[in-house]
Design a protein. Structure first.
Length: 428
């Protein structure tokens, strides 16, 4: 029986020890992941001398795996136990990160990152599954809210504090060493504190999972929505590739550096802070931490699909703003507006999938709603790298690059408008 009793009031104290353990795991795992991802593309091109096109191939492989593998690992966890699956996940995460830090050959780095992705793919459903089992109707909204907050807090703090310190003090590769240490350390609470949550009466076999996949993927209306919505995520994944290369080469951050250092200098602290590529992730995660509750309250009673379109339009505008100027303030404005668009569109997308799914298959459909990330990251990695090489490295036209991505956002908006007119249930 869960430590979390339905009789407890739905506040912070209502959550079990197991709940807080997996929140801790989520914070360190996501912090490790985003800490590495905040510099990985630049590390591979600048430190390892990989071509941008080859980096695009790596990113278009490992990122889709993070969305696909949880389908199978969720079923494996149900069959063999969450605790055993978490042990497997942390071992693979630690090995993958460590090998990535120690290898310099393209094939070995590629293989090391795949090992990391396997670990991350096994980890994801164990955490959300544990939270689902450790909460009840009275506190699940708060429970998952804290869960999503921990993701963004890790994505904010690790690249803000640890990544620049480690990178500048010890070397770029030690960022991955730190990720290996942080994820491997999570074996300690897994082995000593985490307790296997109570299993539901019915669990699915891998064969049943695959049958469910065939059924969902044959729903043309649902798949059409995913394909259209993935256009927005092509833009999102640029924050870990083409945007980082652009920041490194073009964005003039002196004004921000002087502003931040001036503030600290006024209180007697000589910080000598410098904006760098890892801080792109900080802007995105920080904006979501500060504004998600406000944005959610603003759109809580609006129709799902029009709100999605509005959010994607904001994201498209944010991407277009990058084409205006190389000033750090213009760049930050673009990323902030894009992030507001993301937090406006995405929760409504999840809500919309739940609304249009058949009544008896809502959980199944929501389980496959993430396929937008498979398409967005697969296309975004290769497309972004090749467009960057052509328009920026060869033609020195970064503005053209951002205009092209803005057009992808515009096409996504048109696609959703047409979907709304011809395919969507009118009441949503």
């Amino acid at each position: 029986m869960s430590e979390n009793s339905p009789d407890k009031k739905p506040g912070i104290s209502s959550f079990s020890k197991n709940y807080w353990i997996v929140i801790l795991m989520e914070f360190f795992e996501r912090g490790s992941y985003y800490g590495m991802m905040s510099i990985l593309s630049v590390y591979m091109t600048d430190q390892l001398s990989f071509s941008k096109e080859s980096v695009g191939v790596i990113k278009s492989t490992i990122q889709p795996l993070l969305y696909i593998l949880p389908i199978l690992s969720g079923a494996i966890g149900e069959r063999f136990g969450y605790r055993k699956t978490l042990i497997f996940a942390f071992i693979f995460l630690g090995i993958g990160y460590f090998l990535t830090s120690q290898t310099t050959e393209y094939a070995m780095v590629f293989a090391s990152l795949i090992i990391m992705a396997v670990g991350a793919g096994a980890f994801k459903p164990m955490i959300s599954g544990t939270i689902a089992r450790e909460t009840n109707e009275s506190n699940s909204t708060l429970g998952f809210g804290i869960f999503y907050w921990s993701i963004n807090l890790g994505a904010f703090l690790f690249p803000l504090i640890l990544v620049p310190y480690i990178k500048n003090t010890f070397g770029w590769q030690y960022v991955m060493v730190a990720s290996a240490i942080a994820t491997t350390a999570m074996l300690i609470p897994t082995l000593l504190v985490y307790k296997e949550p109570k299993k539901p009466e019915n669990t699915k076999t891998i064969l049943e999972v695959l049958k469910g996949a065939v059924m969902v993927l044959s729903d043309v209306r649902f798949i059409g929505l995913i394909i259209i919505y993935s256009g927005f995520w092509i833009l999102y994944f640029q924050q870990f590739d083409s945007v980082l290369w652009y920041v490194q080469k073009y964005v003039d951050a002196k004004a921000l550096n002087n502003f931040i250092n001036g503030i600290f200098s006024s209180v007697g602290i000589n910080l000598n802070w410098k904006f760098d590529v890892e801080h792109v992730t900080v802007i995105n995660a920080g904006t979501i931490i500060l504004l998600q509750i406000l944005v959610s309250n603003i759109v809580k009673n609006t129709k799902a699909l029009p709100t999605m379109i509005t959010g994607i339009a904001m994201g498209t505008i944010g991407m277009a703003i990058l084409a205006i100027d190389t000033s750090i303030w213009v760049f930050m404005l673009g990323i902030i507006i894009f992030s507001i668009g993301e937090m406006t569109a995405h929760p409504k997308y999840i809500s919309y999938v739940g609304l249009i799914a058949p009544e008896d298959k809502k959980a199944l459909y929501l389980g496959y709603a993430f396929l937008y990330g498979v398409l967005g990251s697969f296309i975004g990695g290769i497309l972004g790298a090749n467009l960057y090489v052509h328009f920026v490295d060869k033609l020195n036209q970064p503005r053209t690059l951002w205009i092209i991505f803005s057009m992808i956002g515009f096409v996504t908006i048109i696609g959703l408008l047409l979907y709304n007119k011809f395919f969507a249930p009118k009441k949503y």
